[in-house]
Design a protein around this ligand. Structure first.
Ligand SMILES: NC(=O)C1=CN([C@@H]2O[C@H](COP(=O)(O)OP(=O)(O)OC[C@H]3O[C@@H](n4cnc5c(N)ncnc54)[C@H](OP(=O)(O)O)[C@@H]3O)[C@@H](O)[C@H]2O)C=CC1
Ligand SMILES: CC(C)(CO)C(=O)C(=O)O
Length: 298
C-alpha cells in the first residue's frame, strides 16, 4: 500500500516507520527531521526497534497515495486538510487525540476513517523516534458499522506488525477516548502530576466529573456511552499508565500549545449545541487557555 503520513513528529514517525517495513511510506515532516530521514533514513529505538525499517522517505503532499494518515497535533488539522487537498488519496485516517475527523471529512473528498492510538512515541532527535509503549491502533468507519475500507487499512497495519483492531463502534470509542483525555490530560497538566496520582489524589474527583460530563454530551449526540463505562475507562487508563506524564502535561512542561481546544474545548462547544452546561470541562478549558495566553507558551 502507498501510504502518506502527514505530520510525522512522534506518533507519525513511529507508525510510518513501522508501516515502512512492508509498505511504500512517505513521511511529510519538517525541518531537520525531514532532512535527516531523507539523507540517512529513520531509526526506531525502544520497544518496537525490532520492527524498524529505514525505508520511509520524506516529501511534499502533492502525489497519489492509497492512504493518508494524519498525525499533526489537533490544532494543525485545518492546515493538514488544506495540504492534503492536493494529495490524491483514496482514504484518510486520523490517529490524533480529540475530535478532529469531522474537520477532515468536511474539507476532503476522500472517505475519512476514525482512529485512536495508544502506542507511546517520542521523537528523541531528528531521524530517531523512541517507542515508549506498545499499545494498539483501533480504526473504523467514522459513523460506525462495518467498512471494507477499514478492513483493508487494518490489514495493512497488521501486516506491519502493528497491534490493530478494526472496530464497528468507533463513535463510542472516540467519545470514550475523549472522556479519558478530558479527565486525565487537563487535570494532570494543571496539577503537574503523573497519571497514577489521580487514583489517590483529591483532584481525581475533577477527572471523573469531566469524564461524566463528556459521556453525557456523547449521549446527547446519540452515542451510547454510559457513565459507568467512562468511569471504568478512566480507572483502567490511570492504572495502566500510572507512570505516564500525559501528553498535555508534557506540552505544558515544554511551554508548547496544548490540545485543549479539541478535547475539553470540544466538549464545551458540542454541549452548547444542546444547551447543556459542562462546568468542569469549561473550567478546565478556561484554566489551560489562560495558561496558553499568559506566561505559558515559549
Ligand atoms: N506521541 C504519542 O505517543 C501519541 C500521540 N497521539 C496524538 O497524535 C497526535 C500527534 O502527536 P505527536 O506525534 O506527539 O505530536 P508531534 O508534535 O510530535 O508531531 C506532530 C508533527 O506534525 C508536524 N507538522 C505540523 N504541521 C505540519 C505541516 N503543515 N507540514 C509538515 N509537518 C507538520 C509538526 O512539526 P512542528 O513540530 O514543526 O510543528 C510535528 O513534527 C496528537 O493529536 C496526539 O494527541 C496519540 C497517541 C499517542
Ligand atoms: C491515555 C493518555 C491519558 C495517556 O497518558 C493520553 O492519551 C495522553 O497522554 O494524551
Amino acid at each position: 500500500m502507498r501510504i502518506l503520513v502527514f505530520g510525522a513528529g512522534s506518533l507519525g514517525t513511529l507508525v510510518g516507520g513501522l508501516l515502512a517495513s512492508v509498505h511504500d511510506v512517505t513521511l511529510v515532516a519538517r525541518d531537520r527531521h525531514a532532512t535527516r530521514v531523507s539523507k540517512t533514513g529513520l531509526d526506531i529505538v525502544g520497544a518496537e526497534s525490532a520492527h524498524a525499517s529505514p525505508a520511509a522517505t520524506t516529501a511534499e503532499t502533492g502525489h497519489d497515495a492509497d492512504l493518508a494518515i494524519v498525525t499533526v497535533k489537533s490544532f494543525d488539522t485545518a492546515a493538514a486538510a488544506e495540504a492534503l487537498a492536493d494529495c490524491d488519496a483514496d482514504a484518510i485516517l486520523s490517529l490524533q487525540n480529540g475530535l478532529t475527523e469531522e474537520m477532515l471529512a468536511s474539507r476532503l473528498e476522500a472517505p475519512v476513517l476514525a482512529g485512536t492510538a495508544t502506542y507511546g512515541a517520542r521523537l528523541v532527535a531528528p531521524g530517531r523516534v523512541e517507542c515508549t509503549g506498545v499499545g494498539r491502533v483501533v480504526l473504523g468507519a467514522l459513523d460506525g458499522g462495518t467498512s471494507p475500507l477499514a478492513e483493508r487499512v487494518g490489514k495493512a497495519f497488521r501486516d506491519a506488525n502493528i497491534n490493530t483492531l478494526v472496530a464497528a463502534d468507533m463513535p463510542r470509542r472516540r467519545w470514550e477516548k475523549l472522556a479519558v483525555n478530558a479527565g486525565i490530560n487537563a487535570v494532570t497538566a494543571l496539577s503537574r502530576v503523573e497519571n497514577g496520582c489521580l487514583a489517590a489524589n483529591e483532584a481525581s474527583e475533577l477527572t471523573h466529573r469531566a469524564a461524566r460530563e463528556t459521556a453525557r454530551v456523547a449521549r446527547l449526540e446519540g452515542v451510547r456511552l454510559p457513565n459507568r463505562v467512562a468511569r471504568a475507562a478512566i480507572d483502567r487508563v490511570i492504572e495502566k499508565t500510572a507512570a505516564n506524564r500525559s501528553s498535555m502535561l508534557q506540552d505544558v512542561e515544554s511551554g508548547k500549545r496544548t490540545e485543549v481546544d479539541a478535547i475539553n474545548g470540544a466538549v464545551v462547544d458540542i454541549a452548547a449545541e444542546h444547551d447543556f452546561e459542562v462546568p468542569t470541562n469549561r473550567t478546565l478549558a478556561a484554566l489551560l487557555r489562560a495558561w496558553e495566553r499568559g506566561e505559558g507558551l515559549r
